[in-house]
Design a protein around this ligand. Structure first.
Ligand code: DX5
Ligand code: ZN
Length: 224
């Protein structure tokens, strides 16, 4: 069953907790939290305090906090985000010369380990780390902002990664992030993705958050 992870930065930044509550009330079991530092990506967003504020909202819905660190030197903040209540901490391979060490640090801090790849970063960068991770996040836009157009080459990348994970016998989650909506959600699931992040497709547009989630679920034929 595919998992939908609404991305909270695409919501009203003055009402993160209320928007998270509304999105999770519509059924998703994960909440995606985008942390940006203005260095690795050209935008600044959320820090550990916001994760801490979202933790009780996630708990109310038995949801997982999927924290995506788009920051340089992520090893300096692993414990802060773990203490704030992250369930999954995902770091970018582009920011980690000692990726295996950071993966161990995340696990020691009590979180699941995610690694993310920018669109231009080849899958080969995962070769040494795949057996150690719980999640691979494939970026389908260049990270920094929600509301960007999906990069179509991502689908083939997801297919190749799915084959690699299967060959390894890995049960790591395969997550796609950026420009995901009802029009491409099913294509990504067919390619082998299992977790879809959706920012503007959940929090944007004219419809309510509930209607947007419903549209995504319909596109994935998740309805019983
Ligand atoms: C982009 C972020 C994404 C983004 C998704 O840097 O990592 O999670 O918020 O938003 P949409 O779905 O609007 O592309
Ligand atoms: Zn993200």
């Amino acid at each position: 069953m595919p998992t939908l992870a609404p991305s909270i930065i695409a919501s009203d930044s003055g009402r993160f907790a209320a928007c998270a509550d509304e999105a999770l009330s519509a059924g998703p079991e994960w909440l995606h939290v985008d942390v940006m530092d203005g260095h690795f990506v050209p935008n600044i967003t959320i820090g550990p305090d916001v994760v801490r504020a979202l933790r009780p909202v996630a708990d109310e819905h038995a949801a997982r906090l999927d924290v995506h660190l788009m920051i340089e030197n992520p090893e300096q903040y692993v414990e802060a985000f773990a203490d704030a209540g992250a369930d999954i901490l995902t770091v970018h391979v582009e920011t980690c010369p000692h990726l295996h060490r950071v993966a161990q640090q995340i696990r020691a801090a009590g979180c699941e380990v995610g690694v993310a790849l920018n669109p231009a970063t080849p899958l080969g960068h995962l070769d040494g780390i795949l057996p150690f991770v719980d999640l691979v996040l494939v970026m389908s836009v260049n990270p920094g902002f929600s509301g960007q157009d999906f990069i179509p080459e991502t689908t083939a990348k997801v297919q190749r990664l799915r084959r690699q994970l299967n060959a390894l016998g890995s049960s790591a989650h395969l997550e796609v992030d950026g420009g995901v909506g009802p029009e491409n959600a099913m294509e990504l699931i067919r390619a082998g993705a299992e977790v879809l992040v959706a920012g503007s497709a959940v929090f944007g547009g004219e419809q309510s958050i509930e209607q947007n989630v419903e549209a995504l679920r319909n596109a994935l034929t998740l309805k019983v």
